[in-house]
Design a protein around this ligand. Structure first.
Ligand SMILES: CC(C)(COP(=O)(O)OP(=O)(O)OC[C@H]1O[C@@H](n2cnc3c(N)ncnc32)[C@H](O)[C@@H]1OP(=O)(O)O)[C@@H](O)C(=O)NCCC(=O)NCCS
Length: 187
């Protein structure tokens, strides 16, 4: 039995982060998106904007020293939003968005995603945000509903070549921190 540890991601983690993110969406996104949608999303949009790490708003989770998940937040415009008709919504720096939450497939359904989201929401509360939004993948929708996020609207990112990628904009009001203990994970 081991405990999950959460720390800020560093530039030196970028390569491993991208590899984990690609594995995560390829395996855990299977059945929710086609392989063409996933591969086009990875190559044309990318699983993470580098500024998240540079801004020190990106966390990673380790279990026995192994990277098992990641996620962050920003007030910057997400890369995926640039081509949306309502991109201006994301240029408002008063809005906080959860970004790029991924869990290693072999470590899925052990509470790691929840633990990352708790840490992200704690930091957002600390920065004074009362609400938060995110663009949920189809594969992440049930997870976010469990965590109290409500769907606001659907969006479809045009990836070119007739390929698109569906997301649901979801939001949550951040309640006061309950101080609950982190769950343990089995390595
Ligand atoms: C979505 C994701 C981050 C969830 O991470 P996780 O560590 O497996 O989630 P947790 O174990 O913390 O799950 C917490 C709760 O959320 C719900 N949940 C999580 N994944 C779920 C799924 N695939 N289907 C239904 N409910 C789910 C469950 O209620 C779960 O509690 P339980 O396991 O006790 O039933 C992970 O599946 C993932 O990385 N998916 C691929 C990438 C992706 O789509 N990321 C979202 C980007 S917006």
């Amino acid at each position: 039995m081991s405990h999950i540890e959460i720390r800020l991601a560093e530039r030196s983690d970028l390569q491993a982060l991208r590899a984990l993110q690609a594995r995560s969406i390829r395996v855990l996104g299977h059945g929710y998106y086609t392989a063409i949608q996933i591969e086009t999303f990875i190559s044309r949009v990318g699983t993470m904007d580098d500024y998240l790490v540079a801004d020190r708003t990106y966390l990673l989770a380790t279990c026995d020293g192994e990277m098992v998940g990641c996620g962050g937040w920003t007030t910057r415009m997400p890369g995926y939003a640039r081509n949306l008709p309502d991109a201006h919504r994301y240029a408002n720096r008063d809005r906080a968005t959860v970004r790029s939450v991924f869990v290693e497939p072999l470590a899925a359904r052990r509470g790691i995603g929840r633990r990352i989201m708790n840490a992200v929401e704690d930091r957002l509360r600390g920065e004074g945000f009362a609400t938060v939004e995110l663009g949920a993948t189809v594969s992440g929708h049930a997870f976010y509903r469990t965590l109290g996020y409500q769907p606001l609207r659907e969006m479809r990112i045009d990836l070119g070549g007739g390929v698109s990628f569906a997301l649901t904009v979801m939001s949550k009001t951040l309640a006061a921190n309950t101080g609950s203990r982190p769950p343990a994970c089995v390595a």
